[in-house]
Design a protein around this ligand. Structure first.
Ligand code: ATP
Ligand code: MG
Length: 577
């Protein structure tokens, strides 16, 4: 599919995507300072660290662009590392989709695909080291008791009765935990830090748990697994990561990651830098909520074109160039905020306006018969593939006596401002002729079935030699050569800007937009679109950008998804400001 996309869209990247150099931000500034001070021997090494427990979304794209982009800007490297420490929620399907999505976004991790599970033995040895040094202990409290002992934000925690277990006993118990002698949940290994710490993460956090769950990479080799907080920072240190870039919620975990790194003989000391996560209006981004939508069948799957997942956006016709340009434009900040989804759609339009081919398509057809056009004649008219770029060439579009136009391009009794087709008035058919509507045929219900029109043969190509003007230009498709298609019109999945907040007590699923998908089954496309490649966005003139779906509809009918309309609400808002 990648090769097809390159062929169908012109190569030019949109302005602002990549070629203008890395936009300055506080993380880049910090890296520059580190380099100036000679830290890390002049190396810059970042990583994108997903947990393989869901599909990636546009928020992850921000993190991917940041990590890979910074590495590229500073001549460094970026790893793809799966933080696969929780086998109960992880699956190979997620690993595969994550790899595909990062690659599709245009980033290359070379040979540097790593897994926290690659380090399970090393992490185990680190835990043993902590026990030997009296800095970790096996605790027999239940999960509920551990929670009780932990205290609250205002009250200190209490020491576990097992906290002073001698190292030798801890070593023996930990080895037997690994050997599978104890039931799931019966014991854990905890770091011995400070139960009175103002930072709850430092109150003797659990670092290993027993779980007889097969792992997608290590199989049944382990029945104890490291906790994310133990594995994450240490994996960065093992990989020689210089800058561990993560979202703000990990700020309070930083002292813990630093504590592990100080206690252990790790090969490097990463510096953690936090930034605000991306929130996008009219959608949800939490994996838990996305999973709920998928599992409850409220959307068609992880790649439903209404979801903010990378695979959904891809199926919707969003391009990697547009997504990267969007990520550049929103920048990085230290404070959480909400980005208007109209800005993302604007980036998509900007890219596709430059690069997508134009075609004629009629979504809600109304039959037109040109009574003075010879029966059985088909002529080829020349159409421009992209008015923004002459280099994209021209193509032939067949014209004939029977055509379809858009139903709402005709009004029988039209107000004066209606510049489209109405009885007695002339309009231009794009790339073709001026036509005049002479009369209207209706069915028994009074519904218009056919427009009988005449054309002026002297206006071929769309202008009159006598200089007379028409106000409207309509798109059209010749009936006999048309490709029949199903077109899916997508709208926002939610009716409210921040459905996930659930501040009013209503669950986010109550705020689904009942009109987020409209399926039009009887659309007519110009014949060139029979060859349209799946995944390659095009413009249907006057209607918007659309992309062919990989799947076909009933009887092999091609299916097109609407990417975005042509109406740019972001550009309009920006113009008003
Ligand atoms: P989970 O709740 O499962 O941890 P997550 O969204 O944090 O969900 P991860 O797989 O841990 O998912 O995320 C991988 C990386 O992407 C992390 O570094 C995380 O900080 C970053 N990330 C996740 N969501 C966003 C977002 N909305 N904006 C920017 N970065 C994000
Ligand atoms: Mg996470």
């Amino acid at each position: 599919m990648e090769a097809e996309e390159k062929e169908c869209l012109a190569e030019k990247a949109p302005a602002g995507a990549g070629d203008e150099g890395w936009p300055e931000n506080f993380i880049a500034a910090r890296i520059r300072t580190d380099l100036a001070e000679g830290r890390n021997g002049g190396r810059v090494h970042t990583r994108f660290p997903p947990e393989p427990n869901g599909f990636l979304h546009i928020g992850h794209a921000k993190s991917i662009c940041l990590n890979f982009g910074l590495a590229e800007a500073f001549g460094g490297l970026c790893n793809l590392r799966f933080d696969d420490t929780n086998p109960t929620r992880e699956e190979v399907e997620y690993v595969d989709s994550i790899r595909e999505d990062v690659r599709w976004l245009g980033f290359d991790w070379g040979e540097r695909e790593f897994y926290a599970s690659d380090y399970f033995e090393q992490l185990y040895q680190y835990a043993v080291q902590l026990i030997r040094d009296g800095k970790a202990y096996v605790c027999d409290l239940s999960a509920e008791q551990i929670r009780e002992y932990r205290g609250t934000l205002t009250e200190p925690g209490r020491n576990s009765p097992f906290r002073e277990r001698p190292a030798a006993e801890n070593l023996d118990l930990f080895a037997r935990m690994r050997a599978g002698e104890f039931a799931d949940g019966s014991r854990v290994l905890r770091a011995k830090i400070d139960m009175a710490s103002g930072n709850i993460n430092m109150r003797d956090p659990v670092i290993y748990r027993i779980a007889r769950v097969p792992h997608h990479r290590t199989g049944e080799q382990w029945c104890i697994y490291p906790m994310y907080d133990f594995a994450h920072g240490l994996s960065d240190a093992i990989e020689g990561i210089t800058h561990s870039i993560c979202t703000l919620e990990f700020q309070d975990h930083r002292p813990l990651y630093d504590w592990f790194i100080e206690q252990l003989p790790v090969p490097s000391r990463p510096r953690q830098i936090e930034f605000a996560r991306l929130n996008l209006s009219y959608t949800v981004m939490s994996k838990r909520k996305l999973l709920k939508l998928v599992e409850e069948g409220l959307v068609e799957g992880w790649d439903d074109p209404r979801l903010p997942t990378i695979s959904g956006l891809r199926r919707r016709g969003f391009t990697p160039e547009a997504i990267r340009s969007f990520c550049d434009r929103i920048g990085v900040a230290k404070r959480n905020s909400m980005v208007d989804v109209a800005l993302l759609e604007h980036a998509v339009r900007e890219d596709l306006n430059r690069r997508a081919r134009r075609y004629l398509a009629v979504l809600r057809p109304l039959k037109v018969v040109i009574e003075n056009y010879p029966e059985g004649q088909v002529e080829e008219l020349e159409a421009i593939n992209n008015p923004e770029d002459e280099g994209m060439g021209r193509r032939k579009v067949p014209f004939a006596r029977e055509l379809y136009i858009e139903r709402d391009d005709f009004m029988e009794e039209a107000p004066r401002k209606f510049h489209r087709l109405t009885p007695g008035r002339e309009v231009r058919l794009r790339y073709a002729y001026f036509i005049r509507c002479e009369r209207v045929a209706k069915d028994d219900n009074g519904e218009i079935t056919t427009l009988y029109c005449t054309y002026d043969p002297a206006t071929r190509g769309g202008s009159a030699p006598d200089g007379r003007k028409v106000k409207g230009t309509l798109h059209w498709v010749a009936a006999s050569t048309a490709v029949k298609a199903e077109v899916r019109l997508y709208d926002r999945l939610f009716t409210e800007p921040d459905p996930g907040a659930e501040k009013d007590g209503r669950p986010f699923t109550d705020k689904l937009n009942p009109h987020s998908l409209e399926v039009l089954e009887n659309c007519f496309l110009e014949p060139a679109l029979a060859e349209a490649a799946a995944g390659c966005p095009v413009q249907f003139e006057r209607l918007g950008y659309f992309v062919r779906d990989a799947a076909c509809g009933p009887a092999g009918k091609p299916v097109f998804n609407r990417t975005v309309t042509l109406r740019d609400t972001w550009a309009r808002k920006a113009a008003r400001r």
